[in-house]
Design a protein around this ligand. Sequence first.
Ligand SMILES: *Cc1c(COP(=O)(O)O)cnc(C)c1O
Length: 358
Amino acid sequence: MIDRQQGPRPRPHLDTLPAHRPGRPDYAGSFVLSANENPYPPLPGVLETALAAAGGANRYPDMATGGLTAELARHFGVPGGHVVTGPGSVGVAQSLVLAMAGEGDEVVFAWRSFEAYPVLTRIGGAVPVPVPLTADGAHDLDAMLAAVTDRTRVVFVCNPNNPTGAALRRDELVRFLDAVPAQVLVVLDEAYLEFARDAEVPDGIDLYRDRPQVCVLRTFSKAYGLAGLRVGFAIAHEPVATALRKTAVPFGVSQLAQDAAVASLCAEDALLERVESLVGERARVTAALRAQGWTVAGSQANFVWLPLGGPSVDFAAACAEAGVLVRAFAGEGVRVSIGEARGNDAFLAAAEVFRKQI
Ligand SMILES: *Cc1c(COP(=O)(O)O)cnc(C)c1O
């Protein structure tokens, strides 16, 4: 007879991961300000390029993503061998954890920060070491340094931080990098860097250049507006870059995504214009929320963070009722992506109604 206990057993690490993800909500008729997506369609010329590439969908993509890698290397002034692309920067981050950390190793990150960090760590069999943010939502670099042990293989630094929008400045980050043991890989996740306007927020690629322990993660999902095409990349020294290619899912970036990403890099003026308009909307939303009486920290990303605590879930429900989807973190706060002016207005109206009820 079949003994069910003897059947296939998933790795026990997976028991600690969420069993299912909520289905995609019904977006119809709502402003979607819950996933930090870009409200604008792909940049000029990108759709045409992508459509042309779609005609070749019977073929596998270029496994080495040669065209995109060369364009990224040129764009950022780094060796092509240091550029590793993947299916979103989350895909690259997964390759990173698999390449660097195994059973019993530790991965340090701030908390609350990007939800993927603990999940990717567990998938790799490693141990997540979350380090609480400071009271104002910033990375506590001293505490993170203190959390590094001889089991630590990777430290994720999310700059600017998702979901609080706080950003580290050059001096403090440099001091941290100088103090972290040389064998620990520091991953600077800069998914939102294009939106930072504080001149003291460093470009991680400058920090990577003479630091073999630094790896920078970037994505086409946010500023570039290609979240649906799944393309991101790492810039890392050897031997990390080579290891990343080994652990990547083969053919993980479609030709459509590769070509669209190249076309996006070539549309820089339009990109800067869109980012600037979102930065302007961020200032407008922040000021309007403060005028309504909310506490809102300044954000360096394409979202704002309301540290509401208890009422967070109710607030998000009230927004949804008013046709605006925002992201609640129960008991902590609400993250609201900056959208087009109409969506932001609808959110501000919902926030004002809620404010008057509490
Ligand atoms: C959105 C986001 C990413 C990028 O995700 P993709 O997989 O590239 O879409 C990476 N890191 C952080 C912190 C993010 O918020």
